[in-house]
Design a binder for this molecule. Structure first.
Ligand code: SF4
Length: 443
């Protein structure tokens, strides 16, 4: 039986697509391979978001081409394949096919029939992901209606198209039946869900609808990528009221200086963001916050950067990511003057991290001695004999934040939610002693 190997790069949304690609290949009768050297078909799901991501996608493809066995077929798919398909096909003779989102065909045909496919859209739409963990991403919309000056996503993902609440519920129910306890809702602009179908504010009723699946085993709903202007009282109230929705706010802020945010063509400023954050904290002191920021956007002056630093110091976000600006083809920012020199950008990035790291560390240290609910994700692979489990509280999103290492968890299994006393913190990660199983999927 032919075997396949899938490598995923870039944002968590790509992981959703990869799950679906994997499901489609399994449905076509291929077997999954843990080693690239054993695979007949190697799929690289690429990311085109920033220059570093594109370079990583190419480097990964070339490294996998080297590691693959003779005769194996290498396919590139994902955002970069969609956007730079022809250039990639020309530039990388190692690659057998470059497959965007449009068109007909099946990746399996590459290996089974020796055909070159032209698209995987149908597979992506139809295949149901096979969950390999007790959590899963659920994409509720594709595309974006905004025009942030630095972002190329709308140009190749198009305008927002929201899925129907019914389809999202069906997918979620299937995941819960397959053992998933936490779903992570994603979209380019999650809180904008429903605008394109004439239902602004549709995210709150969608959450209420999905919350009802708690009776079937759904324990947590997590939201990623919230544009701050859309995080309004009704949505916040719904998030804080519904038992399954975790108080985790992934706010897409990008900067704090008002003039720079206008250049970015984005809403808000540090003051508005602080109001939003402190209002949520007043209602829910345990709320966790994440955001990401672009450093070195054209026109960023020293005083803009100082405003960002002051905001970070005041906001005390649990998690923050900092990305150096990179000019994306076709975006408004790509042709802006007043660019920031590389050495200045590097220095500013360093200052942001040096300010934020102790804030994150302090927030983690403050949890020592408290009892937290942890969803058990998996056994700790680094020491299989020790029986240590790894999981997350509501404060940690999968794949991007820290984790909780659980000791004394002999009776717990992935999918369970356990009460655990935090005994230590190491950077972003916590250690905790399991007290009891309190919920989650039956083990
Ligand atoms: S909201 Fe997000 S996806 Fe949409 S244009 Fe802005 S950065 Fe890009």
């Amino acid at each position: 039986m032919p075997r396949f190997f899938v490598e995923t790069l870039g944002c968590p949304k790509n992981a959703v697509d990869s799950d679906k690609i994997i499901a489609s290949l399994l449905a076509d009768g291929l077997e999954s391979s843990a080693e690239v050297g054993d695979a007949d078909l190697v799929v690289v799901n690429t990311c085109a978001f920033v220059e570093a991501a594109r370079q990583e996608s190419i480097d990964t493809a070339l490294a996998l081409a080297d590691a693959a066995k003779p005769g194996a077929r290498l396919v590139l798919t994902g955002c970069m394949a969609e956007r730079y398909g022809e250039e990639l096909a020309d530039a990388l003779p190692e690659v057998d096919a470059v497959v965007g989102f449009a068109g007909e065909g099946s990746l399996s045909e590459v290996v089974l029939l020796g055909r070159k496919p032209t698209g995987v859209r149908d597979l992506l739409e139809l295949a149901r992901p096979a969950p390999s963990a007790p959590w899963a991403y659920v994409k509720v919309a594709e595309g974006c209606d905004r025009a942030c000056a630095f972002c190329a996503i709308p140009s190749f993902r198009g305008k927002q198209r929201s899925r129907s609440p019914e389809a999202i519920e069906v997918e979620t129910r299937g995941l819960v039946e397959a053992g998933v306890a936490e779903i992570v809702l994603v979209a380019q602009d999650l809180a904008w869900y429903g605008r394109d179908t004439g239902e602004p504010g549709a995210l709150a009723p969608l959450l209420a609808r999905l919350d009802r699946l708690s009776s079937e085993g759904l324990a947590r709903i997590r939201l990623l990528y919230l544009y701050p202007s859309e995080v309004r009282d009704p949505l916040v109230a719904t998030m804080l009221e519904l038992p399954t929705v975790v108080p985790y706010f992934d706010l897409s802020l990008q900067h704090a200086s008002a003039p720079l945010m206008r250049r970015m063509k984005r809403w808000g400023n540090g003051e508005r963001f602080l109001e939003l954050i402190s209002g949520i904290r007043a209602s829910e002191p345990a709320a966790a916050f994440r955001s990401s920021f672009i450093v070195g956007f054209p026109g960023e002056r020293e005083r803009d950067h100082d405003e960002l630093l002051a905001f970070l110091a005041a906001a005390r976000l649990d998690w923050a990511g900092f990305f150096g600006f990179s000019a994306e083809d076709g975006t408004a920012a790509a042709t802006m003057d007043d660019t920031v020199a590389d050495d200045v950008m590097v220095e500013r990035l360093r200052e942001c991290s040096e300010l934020q790291d102790p804030i994150t560390r302090d927030a983690r240290d403050a949890l020592i001695g408290t009892v937290v609910d942890v969803l058990v994700d998996h056994f700790d692979d680094s020491d299989p004999g020790a029986g240590v489990l790894v999981g997350r509280t509501h404060r940690e999103a999968p794949e991007i934040d820290g984790v909780v290492r659980l000791v004394g968890a002999g009776f717990a299994r992935p999918g369970a939610i356990v009460a655990a006393e935090v005994t230590g913190a190491l950077g972003p990660d916590l250690e905790a002693r399991v007290l009891a199983t309190v919920g989650g999927q039956p083990t």
